[in-house]
Design a protein. Structure first.
Length: 120
């Protein structure tokens, strides 16, 4: 398997186009909670390279929505996004950004009163 083997189901080359636009590097600029300051403000993870932690194995970049709130879309809607709306994400940044978007959505949701069994 080569470093640029596309995932199954990528007949149109969308994943390869997103990776080429990103130059094979994660496009996170700090939405994951890290500032990536040492690397010029962008995550240093490169597709096929090894993670910066011991034992992480090779990095496999994902093509996912570029907007952090887009990471909360259902899979069928995310799969229909055009190339300009996608970015290359390493799994670490993708998961952290998704968790942060979920937390922000929960924080901005209006507080609901607890359901009661009886009116008092």
């Amino acid at each position: 398997m080569t470093a640029r083997t596309p995932p199954l189901g990528d007949q149109q080359g969308l994943w390869q186009a997103v990776l080429a636009a990103a130059a094979g590097r994660c496009q996170c600029r700090g939405t994951c909670g890290k500032n990536h300051e040492k690397d010029g403000g962008r995550c240093p993870a490169v597709h096929g390279g090894y993670g910066h932690r011991h034992g992480t194995g090779p990095v496999r970049l994902l093509a996912a929505p570029a907007d952090p709130h887009g990471l909360l879309l259902p899979s069928h809607q995310a799969a229909a996004l055009p190339k300009r709306s996608l970015a290359a994400w390493c799994p670490t940044c993708h998961d952290a950004t998704r968790r942060a978007a979920i937390a922000a959505r929960h924080a901005s949701a209006p507080a609901t009163e607890p359901d009661t069994l009886f009116d008092l």
